[in-house]
Design a protein around this ligand. Sequence first.
Ligand code: ATP
Length: 217
Amino acid sequence: MAQFGIIGLGRFGARTSLELLDLGHDVIGVDFNERRVDELADYLTHAAIADVTDEKALRELSLEECEVVLVAIGEDLEASLLCVLHLKSIGIKNIWAKATSKEHHQILSRLGVKRIIHPEEEMGIRVAQSLNYPMVNEYMSLGHNWYCVEIDVADHLKDKQLADLMPEKLEHFHLLLLKRRDEVTTNPSSSVTLQGNETLVLAGSLQALKSIAPKLR
Ligand code: ATP
């Protein structure tokens, strides 16, 4: 269990806080909007009403023990940047922040923010990917254009062998798992006959995954 600080309890900050609390972590939530703090006060480990552009107010929140402090203020550029500067001078090392523009991103990056998040943009990419590949449940970027994807096998692929769908000579591609209800097989053999109720977990280059995707539709 870790402790996190979430500054700005709009939809993004509030959702992130609730998810972290669900995962069993402690969350210190801060906003200058009393209503937003009140709405979450019963759930948060510690809820505070404070203007985070005020360094003194920020110091009083005892955020030093937090594994990460997330600045979830997007619209007010000045507030976001001042807050990051103050967190730095308090000595918070691991700061993540939401950005709403390229310029905002650039400044946050110069200030040493470890991870910069563009929620709308990232969600837009995810939604477009889901529309393009409806059979992909989940995907994760592994860097260098490699992805890990979870795919539900379509009903009409019942009785086909894995080998029919995934040519063995394809490079930059690995079939990691085959899940059938509660049963998980690692490195499944290509001779497995599909029942149409499986989920596959694949890792590969975008190019390799794109060449396989049409066979799984
Ligand atoms: P979201 O896009 O997450 O729904 P939002 O539309 O309210 O949020 P933002 O401007 O990103 O837009 O604000 C996020 C939260 O940050 C808001 O709840 C706002 O009250 C809070 N906030 C903004 N400035 C400050 C500040 N100086 N001190 C404390 N909280 C602030």
